[in-house]
Design a protein around this ligand. Structure first.
Ligand SMILES: *[C@@H]1O[C@H](CO)[C@@H](O)[C@H](O)[C@H]1NC(C)=O
Ligand SMILES: *[C@@H]1O[C@H](CO)[C@@H](O)[C@H](O)[C@H]1NC(C)=O
Ligand SMILES: *[C@@H]1O[C@H](CO)[C@@H](O)[C@H](O)[C@H]1NC(C)=O
Length: 370
């Protein structure tokens, strides 16, 4: 059976009837087997979300965090049967800048006595962006650890650039020279998974439009599908898997519709480490987009003690990756690297990812019982 695994939702695409006849099958590793999950396309302009006024289409990291908080609150007020459920906020990649702020606000709302109280318990992040300097800066060290650059290039870059490979002093020719070598070694590497073929977006010959994005494009833009999903006709143009107007890349300036105004979410993580809060942070060890190297740096900077040191976790008798648990008072942080996974961790290693999350959730349930 050939199917395409896409992240954590209840359904996968089944390709057995050919690419012209896309059908859906149940995802055997869906997280919806463990929890009630609300998937939200934010900000307006992503997925099927839209704004009807110019004001409504203007957003920023801070506005987004605020809108997400209002959304969670309004949803739970409208669906009170979920109010008692333990609540976790989760996200992948760029939203690592915003999820910690959303989560902290849920705690602070309860502390202020906002009604109704929400049963916030923690957060889950996959391949998160946390700091718009540190995470990008960690790519060079990552390239060295993964043997994409030599010891010599690494040492000379470190010395010449003083550990800063992002805000480069253009008059420093030693640093510029080292970074040119680094660029030469890595510019044709697929950042989302260093083992996969590189896709050159400027080269019409290269097969950038992977099967997957073609399939999503055809499926999500078909009339039948949009009717079945209750998408309001005419509100969005085409559905895009990735809206380039909104998509962030290193050094991107604000656009007329979005301001990337949170530089680092570290302070929110730090504040959450003083709450009754459980967090699960996961990285694919073959992801160079936001390498595990940078993730480990901010986790270490939290200064929370190690409860269970780095050790392998097993799935079907094989090492699925490595896990470390940090704890302080009522706070825990479980950090895991998933072996062989790229940026979209669950799409590369669905079994390993769900095993980790399942184990983590069940340790939470044990602590409610006690
Ligand atoms: C698509 O697959 C379904 C299920 O096997 C089949 O009933 C249908 O005839 C196929 N449609 C086309 C256009 O091939
Ligand atoms: C992408 O986002 C921008 C800004 O919100 C929006 O104007 C545009 O319609 C979006 N594109 C698509 C295809 O939805
Ligand atoms: C962002 O804006 C600054 C100042 O206008 C400009 O120098 C820089 O090149 C811009 N960066 C990008 C990635 O467009």
């Amino acid at each position: 059976m050939s199917c395409i695994y896409f992240l954590v939702g209840p359904l996968n695409f089944d390709l057995d009837k050919g690419q012209d006849n896309i059908t859906l099958i149940l995802n055997p590793t869906a997280w919806t087997q463990m929890a009630s999950i609300l998937f939200v396309d934010i900000p307006a302009g992503s997925g099927f979300s839209y704004a009807e006024t110019k004001d409504g289409s203007i957003s920023s990291d801070n506005i987004l965090a605020n809108q997400a908080n209002q959304f969670i609150k309004k949803f739970l007020i409208d669906h009170p049967k979920f109010l008692k459920n333990p609540l976790y906020v989760a996200g992948i990649s760029y939203i690592g800048i915003i999820v910690p702020k959303i989560t902290l606000e849920l705690y602070e709302g309860n502390e202020r006595g906002d009604q109704p109280p929400l049963n916030i318990q923690g957060y889950i992040l996959i391949s998160p962006l946390t700091d718009k300097f540190r995470d990008f800066n960690s790519r060079l060290e990552y390239a060295h650890r993964m043997a994409l650059i030599s010891d010599d290039i690494y040492k000379s870059a470190m010395k010449a650039c003083n550990g800063n490979y992002v805000d480069i002093d253009t008059t420093n020719s030693f640093c510029a020279n080292s970074l040119r070598q680094y660029e030469e070694c890595t510019s044709a590497i697929n950042m989302d998974n260093i083992l996969e073929p590189f896709c050159d977006e400027n080269d019409p010959q290269s097969d950038c439009n992977s099967d997957f994005s073609n399939i999503v494009d055809v499926w999500a833009n078909s009339k039948v599908v949009q009717e079945a999903l209750n998408i309001r006709p005419g509100k969005i143009g085409r559905f895009e898997l990735l809206n380039n107007t909104l998509h962030y890349h290193q050094g991107k300036n604000d656009t007329s519709c979005y301001s990337y105004d949170i530089f680092s979410s570290f302070v929110y993580h730090k504040k959450l480490s003083n709450k009754k809060c459980q967090s699960l942070i996961m990285s694919g060890d073959h992801d160079m987009t936001f390498p595990y190297v940078g993730v480990e740096q901010w986790i270490t900077s939290l200064n929370v003690g190690i409860k269970n040191p780095w050790k392998p976790f097993y799935v079907d008798g094989q090492v699925g990756g490595y896990e470390t648990k940090y704890a302080q008072n009522d706070y825990t942080l479980t950090y895991a690297t998933v072996k062989g996974a790229g940026h979209l961790v669950p799409s590369y290693k669905p079994k390993e990812t769900i095993a980790l999350v399942e184990k983590w959730f069940s340790s939470q349930i044990r602590s409610y019982d006690s």
